[in-house]
Design a protein around this ligand. Sequence first.
Ligand code: ADP
Ligand code: 5GP
Length: 211
Amino acid sequence: MSIVFIISAPSGSGKSTLVNRLMRHDPALTFSTSVTTRAARAGEIDGEAYRFVSREQFLEMRDAGELLEWAEVFGNLYGTPRSALELARQNDKDLILDIDVQGAAQLRKTLTEAVTIFILPPSRLVLEQRLRKRSSDSNAVIGRRLCEAAGEAEDYKEYNYVLVNDQLEESFKQLHGILLAERARTRYVQEKIVPILESFKRHATASGATE
Ligand code: ADP
Ligand code: 5GP
């Protein structure tokens, strides 16, 4: 059974850094590549973190019901292809969605079992430093992202887990720990437990027969 992990954070908190690391570390995970009308940043490859599409293409996908959720974020459209979830289920993989607070709110209603994780920076100052260090956005874009961060951060209450990304190593351990704990939930380990219980039953039957 596939578990859906929804991760949101104010832009620059370190979400992509943590998620990329998780993807390299955990072969049972698959990443949902969103479609977006945002222009690719230097080094971003089409089809990896995003599929870059025109506004017309995006609206066509949306109108054809191909998106599980979608939202306008910082003036661009972003959406999760329905196929990402179908593929994860077919391949028996857990799915990671890196989406904003509006997308998470939509999916909380339809994917009620999804596990939601919110990442926060240690402070606004650190967030600004990180956005500038990434040096992939203009001053105007950085300003807009900082302005929206305050409102987004308030949404932490809606999530199952909150992680303050201060020291990267610690944050990564915590994030991976959340995944491992969720996978140990009774409803997900049922398939593994059945053969274990069967082995007890077989033993009881065999020893009963010899007594
Ligand atoms: P997001 O995906 O949340 O927008 P990124 O993962 O792109 O953010 O991170 C923004 C910048 O902050 C990047 O330059 C990244 O290397 C850096 N960064 C991420 N996490 C940490 C951390 N714990 N400590 C210091 N720098 C970090
Ligand atoms: P960025 O432009 O920095 O890559 O992403 C901006 C914001 O859009 C981030 O908060 C990111 O989580 C969000 N985002 C990325 N993909 C999706 C998506 O498919 N749906 C929604 N709702 N938000 C997304």
